[in-house]
Design a protein around this ligand. Structure first.
Ligand code: GLU
Length: 489
């Protein structure tokens, strides 16, 4: 990516938290972070919260928390501060007001008094005439008398930027040279009638004042670039000081439409609740629309920072594949050391009310986790698999009851009970050899039939961790009591 010689890279991630951050936002944040880390530059995090009707404190907190959870640490921004703060745009309103006033004074901007209805009427006429919809410049050159008349009617003006005739050309580092004819970039609003700034003003002012050198962001913002460049010009910024732009292609759903709630899960909070690990999400998203030049599916954060370059970002949209993400999550879960796996799983068990978190419970969970580490792809599968160890009022799942009620199952359970009572050592090897000797060898039963009945009787379900290990952890007394209970059904 273009890099001015001797200038330290500064990349920013600047979400407008009008909801939970979504997959596309996070992919952008990850690429921003990776580029900053790769170049030894600064990663700046800015909250664009000027739209107070849609941004809430809760979403701001959630955005900060999500970035932390993913491990995308920032060098300047909320909580950590920095020399260009504050980093919440709502705390910078006087700065935007200053620039808007300056643009008015310079004649770059003007007050527009058109009402929403009048603007709609213009758009309607444009639609009918098959013209591109947009502001028609009605208030560009109002006389003082006309302005006075509007004010006398009680109209409050918005501040609009004057777009000169001509076009804007800039280099997008992913798609090359891009030109916007100003016929399609009408004069745009900088400040609403209530005095609050719009995104286009705030983003451009901040990128300059915060000395951002690289803007890597979603493709949906490509068309706002000529407007931002217009703001830089009005600020008197030399072209050599403009940030470099790279617009990342969309993330599409399986149906090739832009990923949305309709065709996929978009909220990162959802993935977190389901038990996806941050490293799996980062690994998956890193390779969504970027690759280091091979077809690897696994990449660590360290490798990402070593290898990430914008040149290797694909210019075509990337397709989100939930199955691939699940597979990567399963890999990452299997690769966790036991203590880490416990650290991630325990909150899920507590949330599902399988355990409350006592020392005793945690110690049993830690012994049980190796039994499920190979089997689960998401952490939220852990509670269902381990709850048999902790339930106070043990019951057999409704749909499994019938499988232990017939005569054959009863025979199996009766025989198992007899043999297991005799065991003096209660470990999975002794349990297995006792049961194999009697049920499989002596009675000639198929293992699947014999052990399914025991699995249901002791764990309450047809799906459980390995049977003999589960019985070992459950303990002799509880295992036998449960088998007796099943016999009484
Ligand atoms: N705040 C804008 C948004 O969330 C993005 C700003 C930018 O990256 O330029 O859509």
């Amino acid at each position: 990516m273009t890099q001015a010689i001797g200038k330290k890279v500064k990349v920013r991630f600047a979400p407008s938290p009008t909801g939970d951050l979504h997959v596309g936002n996070i992919r952008t944040a990850l690429f921003d972070w990776a580029y900053a880390r790769h170049t030894g530059g600064t990663f700046l995090f800015r909250i664009e919260d000027t739209d107070t009707t849609r941004v809430t404190d809760e979403y701001i907190k959630a955005a900060i928390d999500t970035l932390k959870w993913l491990g995308l640490n920032w060098d300047e921004g909320p909580e950590v501060g920095g020399e260009n703060g504050p980093y919440l745009q709502s705390q910078r309103l006087d700065i935007y007001a200053h620039w808007a006033a300056k643009f008015l004074e310079q004649g770059d901007a003007y007050y527009c008094y058109c009402s929403p209805d009048e603007l709609e009427a213009v758009r309607e006429a444009q639609r009918k005439a098959n013209e591109a919809p947009g502001y028609n410049g009605h208030c560009r050159d109002l006389t003082p008398d006309q302005i006075g008349a509007f004010k006398a009617q009680g109209r409050e003006g918005v501040v609009r930027m004057r777009m000169p005739d001509g076009s804007t050309t800039f280099i997008d580092e992913i798609r090359g040279e891009v030109t916007f004819d100003h016929k399609f970039v009408p004069d745009f609003v900088l400040v609403r009638a209530d005095g609050s700034p719009l995104y286009t003003l705030a983003v451009a002012v901040d990128d300059i004042l915060m000395k951002v050198t690289h803007v890597l962001r979603g493709e949906d913002l490509l068309s706002s670039t000529p407007r931002q460049i217009r703001v830089y010009q009005a600020m008197g910024v030399a072209q050599s000081e403009y940030p470099a732009f790279a617009h990342l292609p969309f993330v599409m759903g399986q149906d090739n439409a832009k990923l949305s709630k309709r065709n996929g899960e978009v909220s990162i909070a959802w993935y977190r609740e389901q038990g996806y690990l941050p490293e799996a999400i980062c690994n998956y998203l890193a390779l969504l629309g970027w690759s280091p030049g091979d077809d690897r599916e696994n990449i660590s954060m360290k490798e990402l920072t070593e290898l990430f370059t914008v040149e290797k970002v694909h210019s075509s949209p990337a397709r989100f594949d939930m199955k691939k993400l699940e597979a990567i999550n399963g890999d990452k879960i299997r690769a966790l050391p036991l203590e880490e796996f416990a650290k991630w799983s325990i909150p899920f068990l507590i949330k599902a009310e399988v355990i409350t978190g006592t020392e005793e419970e945690v110690s049993l969970v830690t012994r049980a986790l190796p039994l499920i580490q190979e089997r689960i792809v998401k952490l939220d599968e852990a509670p269902a698999l381990l709850k048999f160890l902790f339930v106070k009022d043990f019951v057999i799942d409704q749909e499994a009851v019938a499988k232990v009620a017939d005569e054959q199952a009863k025979n199996i359970l009766r025989r198992a009970l007899q043999d297991l009572e005799l065991l003096t050592t209660w470990d999975h090897l002794s349990i297995e050899s006792a049961l194999r000797a009697s049920l499989i060898e002596e009675l000639g039963l198929k293992p699947r039939i014999a052990f399914t009945a025991l699995r249901i009787a002791t764990t309450g379900s047809t799906i459980s961790p390995p049977l003999f290990e589960s019985m070992e952890l459950l303990g002799k007394e509880a295992s036998l009591a449960r088998i007796s209970l099943a016999l009484s059904l």
